[in-house]
Design a protein around this ligand. Structure first.
Ligand code: T3D
Length: 270
Protein backbone atom coordinates (compact mmCIF):
# COMPACT_ATOMS: atom_id res chain seq x y z
CA UNK A 1 0.00 0.00 0.00
CA UNK A 2 1.37 3.43 -0.93
CA UNK A 3 1.73 6.23 1.62
CA UNK A 4 -1.50 8.18 1.81
CA UNK A 5 -1.75 11.56 3.53
CA UNK A 6 -5.22 12.79 4.37
CA UNK A 7 -5.23 16.41 5.43
CA UNK A 8 -7.77 17.55 7.93
CA UNK A 9 -7.96 21.23 8.77
CA UNK A 10 -6.10 20.96 12.09
CA UNK A 11 -4.33 17.64 11.90
CA UNK A 12 -2.45 15.42 9.50
CA UNK A 13 -3.02 11.71 9.10
CA UNK A 14 -0.31 9.68 7.38
CA UNK A 15 -0.90 6.03 6.62
CA UNK A 16 2.39 4.73 5.26
CA UNK A 17 3.12 1.30 3.85
CA UNK A 18 4.71 -0.09 7.00
CA UNK A 19 1.40 -0.53 8.84
CA UNK A 20 2.08 2.47 11.06
CA UNK A 21 -0.32 5.42 10.88
CA UNK A 22 0.69 8.77 12.26
CA UNK A 23 -1.65 11.49 13.48
CA UNK A 24 -0.06 14.92 13.90
CA UNK A 25 -1.91 17.65 15.80
CA UNK A 26 -1.31 20.61 13.56
CA UNK A 27 -1.84 24.00 15.22
CA UNK A 28 1.83 24.74 15.93
CA UNK A 29 1.33 28.49 16.51
CA UNK A 30 -0.49 27.72 19.78
CA UNK A 31 1.45 24.55 20.65
CA UNK A 32 -1.38 22.47 19.14
CA UNK A 33 -3.98 23.61 21.67
CA UNK A 34 -7.43 22.12 21.03
CA UNK A 35 -10.14 24.22 19.48
CA UNK A 36 -13.51 22.53 18.96
CA UNK A 37 -12.74 21.55 15.36
CA UNK A 38 -9.45 19.84 16.21
CA UNK A 39 -11.07 17.75 18.93
CA UNK A 40 -13.77 16.50 16.54
CA UNK A 41 -11.17 15.89 13.84
CA UNK A 42 -9.10 13.80 16.23
CA UNK A 43 -12.16 11.74 17.12
CA UNK A 44 -12.71 11.14 13.40
CA UNK A 45 -9.08 10.32 12.65
CA UNK A 46 -8.96 7.81 15.51
CA UNK A 47 -12.05 6.07 14.13
CA UNK A 48 -10.40 6.03 10.72
CA UNK A 49 -7.19 4.35 11.92
CA UNK A 50 -9.15 1.97 14.12
CA UNK A 51 -11.10 0.72 11.09
CA UNK A 52 -8.21 0.74 8.62
CA UNK A 53 -7.09 -2.89 8.21
CA UNK A 54 -3.62 -1.79 7.05
CA UNK A 55 -2.97 0.19 10.26
CA UNK A 56 -1.40 -2.05 12.89
CA UNK A 57 0.20 0.62 15.11
CA UNK A 58 -0.53 4.32 15.62
CA UNK A 59 1.69 7.27 16.50
CA UNK A 60 0.19 10.47 17.89
CA UNK A 61 2.38 13.58 17.90
CA UNK A 62 2.39 17.35 17.57
CA UNK A 63 3.64 19.69 14.84
CA UNK A 64 6.32 22.23 15.73
CA UNK A 65 7.88 22.55 19.17
CA UNK A 66 4.93 21.36 21.28
CA UNK A 67 2.98 18.14 21.67
CA UNK A 68 -0.28 19.78 22.80
CA UNK A 69 -1.09 22.66 25.19
CA UNK A 70 -4.57 21.36 26.05
CA UNK A 71 -7.71 23.41 25.65
CA UNK A 72 -7.36 26.53 23.48
CA UNK A 73 -7.74 29.20 26.15
CA UNK A 74 -7.98 31.93 23.54
CA UNK A 75 -11.41 30.67 22.54
CA UNK A 76 -12.38 30.46 26.20
CA UNK A 77 -11.34 34.07 26.85
CA UNK A 78 -13.37 35.24 23.86
CA UNK A 79 -16.39 33.45 25.32
CA UNK A 80 -15.77 35.13 28.68
CA UNK A 81 -15.46 38.56 27.05
CA UNK A 82 -18.83 38.07 25.45
CA UNK A 83 -20.25 37.29 28.88
CA UNK A 84 -21.01 33.67 27.99
CA UNK A 85 -20.80 30.93 30.61
CA UNK A 86 -18.68 28.07 29.25
CA UNK A 87 -20.23 24.65 29.84
CA UNK A 88 -17.03 22.81 30.56
CA UNK A 89 -18.73 19.57 31.60
CA UNK A 90 -20.45 19.37 28.25
CA UNK A 91 -17.23 20.29 26.45
CA UNK A 92 -15.36 17.47 28.17
CA UNK A 93 -18.06 14.89 27.54
CA UNK A 94 -18.49 15.77 23.87
CA UNK A 95 -14.94 16.65 22.88
CA UNK A 96 -12.33 15.06 25.13
CA UNK A 97 -13.94 11.97 26.67
CA UNK A 98 -14.49 10.24 23.28
CA UNK A 99 -10.81 10.79 22.42
CA UNK A 100 -9.60 9.32 25.71
CA UNK A 101 -11.91 6.31 25.44
CA UNK A 102 -10.93 5.77 21.84
CA UNK A 103 -7.20 5.78 22.66
CA UNK A 104 -7.78 3.16 25.35
CA UNK A 105 -10.13 0.91 23.39
CA UNK A 106 -8.64 0.88 19.89
CA UNK A 107 -7.27 -2.64 19.73
CA UNK A 108 -3.98 -1.57 18.21
CA UNK A 109 -0.95 -0.11 20.03
CA UNK A 110 -0.97 3.70 20.28
CA UNK A 111 2.28 5.56 20.92
CA UNK A 112 2.42 9.19 22.02
CA UNK A 113 5.58 10.62 20.43
CA UNK A 114 5.95 13.54 22.81
CA UNK A 115 8.06 16.05 20.94
CA UNK A 116 7.63 18.98 23.37
CA UNK A 117 5.35 20.30 26.07
CA UNK A 118 2.17 18.34 26.86
CA UNK A 119 -0.07 20.48 29.09
CA UNK A 120 -3.61 20.18 30.44
CA UNK A 121 -5.75 17.95 28.25
CA UNK A 122 -2.70 17.56 26.00
CA UNK A 123 -0.95 15.72 28.85
CA UNK A 124 -4.08 13.65 29.51
CA UNK A 125 -4.10 12.53 25.89
CA UNK A 126 -0.47 11.45 26.16
CA UNK A 127 -1.31 9.57 29.39
CA UNK A 128 -4.18 7.74 27.64
CA UNK A 129 -1.85 6.40 24.94
CA UNK A 130 -0.30 2.99 25.49
CA UNK A 131 3.29 4.25 25.35
CA UNK A 132 5.02 7.61 25.69
CA UNK A 133 8.26 8.03 23.81
CA UNK A 134 9.58 11.45 24.68
CA UNK A 135 12.17 13.84 23.35
CA UNK A 136 14.73 15.25 25.78
CA UNK A 137 12.84 18.54 25.28
CA UNK A 138 9.45 17.12 26.28
CA UNK A 139 7.63 18.05 29.46
CA UNK A 140 4.29 17.33 31.12
CA UNK A 141 2.29 19.98 32.97
CA UNK A 142 -0.93 19.54 34.91
CA UNK A 143 -1.82 23.08 33.88
CA UNK A 144 -5.43 22.85 35.05
CA UNK A 145 -4.77 24.23 38.55
CA UNK A 146 -3.26 27.39 37.03
CA UNK A 147 -6.61 28.22 35.49
CA UNK A 148 -8.66 27.08 38.46
CA UNK A 149 -9.75 23.71 37.10
CA UNK A 150 -9.34 20.08 38.12
CA UNK A 151 -7.37 17.61 35.98
CA UNK A 152 -9.69 16.45 33.23
CA UNK A 153 -9.78 14.31 30.13
CA UNK A 154 -9.08 11.33 32.34
CA UNK A 155 -5.95 12.71 34.06
CA UNK A 156 -7.39 12.07 37.54
CA UNK A 157 -7.86 8.41 36.63
CA UNK A 158 -4.84 7.86 34.43
CA UNK A 159 -2.04 9.74 36.21
CA UNK A 160 -2.31 8.07 39.66
CA UNK A 161 -2.27 4.69 37.91
CA UNK A 162 0.86 5.67 36.01
CA UNK A 163 2.89 7.29 38.80
CA UNK A 164 1.00 6.72 42.07
CA UNK A 165 -1.49 8.79 44.08
CA UNK A 166 0.93 11.03 45.99
CA UNK A 167 3.01 12.09 43.03
CA UNK A 168 -0.06 12.55 40.84
CA UNK A 169 -1.89 14.70 43.38
CA UNK A 170 1.20 16.81 43.99
CA UNK A 171 1.51 17.51 40.26
CA UNK A 172 -2.23 18.23 40.01
CA UNK A 173 -2.19 20.63 42.96
CA UNK A 174 1.03 22.47 42.07
CA UNK A 175 0.95 22.42 38.27
CA UNK A 176 4.73 21.90 38.42
CA UNK A 177 6.43 20.92 35.21
CA UNK A 178 7.76 17.36 34.88
CA UNK A 179 10.73 17.37 32.53
CA UNK A 180 11.65 14.40 30.33
CA UNK A 181 14.19 13.01 32.80
CA UNK A 182 11.77 13.10 35.70
CA UNK A 183 9.00 11.65 33.50
CA UNK A 184 11.29 8.72 32.79
CA UNK A 185 12.17 8.29 36.49
CA UNK A 186 8.45 8.34 37.35
CA UNK A 187 7.69 5.68 34.74
CA UNK A 188 5.60 8.15 32.76
CA UNK A 189 7.91 7.97 29.74
CA UNK A 190 8.81 4.59 28.30
CA UNK A 191 11.89 6.03 26.57
CA UNK A 192 13.67 9.37 26.32
CA UNK A 193 15.39 10.15 23.04
CA UNK A 194 17.50 13.00 21.68
CA UNK A 195 15.40 15.31 19.53
CA UNK A 196 17.16 14.26 16.32
CA UNK A 197 16.42 10.54 16.73
CA UNK A 198 12.94 10.81 18.26
CA UNK A 199 11.15 10.26 14.98
CA UNK A 200 13.30 7.46 13.56
CA UNK A 201 13.41 5.50 16.83
CA UNK A 202 9.70 5.92 17.47
CA UNK A 203 8.97 4.75 13.93
CA UNK A 204 11.23 1.72 14.43
CA UNK A 205 9.40 0.84 17.67
CA UNK A 206 6.02 1.35 15.99
CA UNK A 207 7.10 -0.82 13.04
CA UNK A 208 8.15 -3.58 15.45
CA UNK A 209 4.67 -3.44 17.03
CA UNK A 210 3.00 -3.30 13.61
CA UNK A 211 4.79 -6.54 12.66
CA UNK A 212 3.37 -8.24 15.75
CA UNK A 213 0.29 -10.47 16.11
CA UNK A 214 -2.10 -7.49 16.02
CA UNK A 215 -5.15 -9.31 17.33
CA UNK A 216 -3.21 -10.60 20.34
CA UNK A 217 -1.81 -7.10 21.00
CA UNK A 218 -5.36 -5.72 20.89
CA UNK A 219 -6.56 -8.41 23.28
CA UNK A 220 -3.66 -7.61 25.65
CA UNK A 221 -4.81 -4.01 25.71
CA UNK A 222 -8.39 -5.09 26.39
CA UNK A 223 -7.19 -7.40 29.18
CA UNK A 224 -4.97 -4.81 30.86
CA UNK A 225 -7.73 -2.19 30.76
CA UNK A 226 -10.44 -4.52 32.09
CA UNK A 227 -8.11 -5.81 34.82
CA UNK A 228 -8.32 -2.35 36.43
CA UNK A 229 -11.81 -3.12 37.68
CA UNK A 230 -11.57 -6.88 38.39
CA UNK A 231 -10.39 -9.05 41.26
CA UNK A 232 -7.84 -11.73 40.42
CA UNK A 233 -10.31 -14.62 40.27
CA UNK A 234 -12.59 -12.71 37.89
CA UNK A 235 -9.61 -11.66 35.82
CA UNK A 236 -8.39 -15.24 35.46
CA UNK A 237 -11.77 -16.18 33.96
CA UNK A 238 -11.70 -13.18 31.64
CA UNK A 239 -8.14 -13.90 30.56
CA UNK A 240 -9.16 -17.46 29.64
CA UNK A 241 -11.93 -16.11 27.37
CA UNK A 242 -9.48 -13.79 25.61
CA UNK A 243 -6.86 -16.52 25.22
CA UNK A 244 -9.56 -18.67 23.61
CA UNK A 245 -9.97 -15.91 21.01
CA UNK A 246 -6.20 -15.45 20.55
CA UNK A 247 -5.79 -19.20 20.07
CA UNK A 248 -8.10 -19.08 17.06
CA UNK A 249 -6.10 -16.48 15.13
CA UNK A 250 -3.96 -17.19 12.10
CA UNK A 251 -1.09 -15.49 13.90
CA UNK A 252 -1.23 -18.10 16.68
CA UNK A 253 -0.98 -20.88 14.10
CA UNK A 254 1.87 -19.04 12.40
CA UNK A 255 3.66 -18.46 15.73
CA UNK A 256 3.54 -22.15 16.63
CA UNK A 257 4.57 -23.25 13.12
CA UNK A 258 7.47 -20.79 13.13
CA UNK A 259 8.62 -22.11 16.49
CA UNK A 260 8.56 -25.74 15.41
CA UNK A 261 10.20 -24.91 12.07
CA UNK A 262 12.87 -22.87 13.88
CA UNK A 263 12.25 -19.68 11.87
CA UNK A 264 11.04 -16.19 12.79
CA UNK A 265 7.24 -15.82 12.65
CA UNK A 266 5.63 -13.75 9.92
CA UNK A 267 2.51 -12.31 11.49
CA UNK A 268 -0.20 -10.81 9.31
CA UNK A 269 -2.43 -9.42 12.03
CA UNK A 270 -5.12 -12.00 11.25
O1 T3D B 1 -12.42 24.37 28.34
C1 T3D B 1 -12.75 23.18 28.35
O2 T3D B 1 -13.34 22.67 27.41
C2 T3D B 1 -12.41 22.36 29.56
C3 T3D B 1 -11.22 21.54 29.29
C4 T3D B 1 -10.01 21.95 29.73
C5 T3D B 1 -8.82 21.16 29.40
C6 T3D B 1 -7.51 21.90 29.54
O3 T3D B 1 -6.62 21.55 28.83
S1 T3D B 1 -7.38 23.19 30.65
C7 T3D B 1 -5.67 23.66 30.51
C8 T3D B 1 -5.40 24.50 29.28
N1 T3D B 1 -4.00 24.65 28.96
C9 T3D B 1 -3.20 25.44 29.67
O4 T3D B 1 -3.56 26.03 30.67
C10 T3D B 1 -1.79 25.61 29.15
C11 T3D B 1 -1.55 27.04 28.72
N2 T3D B 1 -0.23 27.21 28.16
C12 T3D B 1 0.85 27.34 28.93
O5 T3D B 1 0.83 27.31 30.14
C13 T3D B 1 2.16 27.54 28.21
O6 T3D B 1 1.88 28.00 26.92
C14 T3D B 1 2.99 26.25 28.11
C15 T3D B 1 3.56 25.90 29.51
C16 T3D B 1 2.19 25.08 27.58
C17 T3D B 1 4.20 26.48 27.16
O7 T3D B 1 4.89 27.64 27.55
P1 T3D B 1 5.96 28.28 26.56
O8 T3D B 1 6.60 29.41 27.31
O9 T3D B 1 6.86 27.23 26.04
O10 T3D B 1 5.13 28.82 25.31
P2 T3D B 1 4.16 30.10 25.25
O11 T3D B 1 4.94 31.28 24.81
O12 T3D B 1 3.38 30.21 26.51
O13 T3D B 1 3.14 29.64 24.10
C18 T3D B 1 3.48 29.73 22.72
C19 T3D B 1 2.25 30.23 22.00
O14 T3D B 1 1.22 29.27 22.17
C20 T3D B 1 1.72 31.53 22.60
O15 T3D B 1 1.15 32.28 21.55
P3 T3D B 1 1.86 33.62 21.00
O16 T3D B 1 2.04 34.53 22.17
O17 T3D B 1 3.17 33.15 20.43
O18 T3D B 1 0.92 34.14 19.96
C21 T3D B 1 0.64 31.06 23.53
O19 T3D B 1 -0.35 32.02 23.78
C22 T3D B 1 0.07 29.90 22.74
N3 T3D B 1 -0.58 28.92 23.63
C23 T3D B 1 -0.01 28.08 24.47
N4 T3D B 1 -0.94 27.38 25.12
C24 T3D B 1 -2.12 27.78 24.65
C25 T3D B 1 -1.91 28.78 23.70
N5 T3D B 1 -2.92 29.39 23.06
C26 T3D B 1 -4.18 29.01 23.38
N6 T3D B 1 -4.44 28.05 24.31
C27 T3D B 1 -3.46 27.41 24.94
N7 T3D B 1 -3.75 26.43 25.83
Amino acid sequence: MATKTLTYEHLLLDTPASGVSRITLNRPDCLNAFNDAMSYELQKALKQVEKDPHTRAIILTGAGRGFCAGQDLQSRSIAANEGGVPHLGESILKRYAPIILSLRTIEKPVIAMVNGVAAGAGASIAFACDFRIVSEKASFIQAFVKVGLIPDSGAGWLLPRLIGYGRALELAMTGDKVDAQKAHEYGLANRILPEDTLESETLAFAAQLADGPTKALGLMKRAFNQAETMDLATYLGYEAQLQEIAGRTEDYREGVSAFTEKRPPKFTGQ
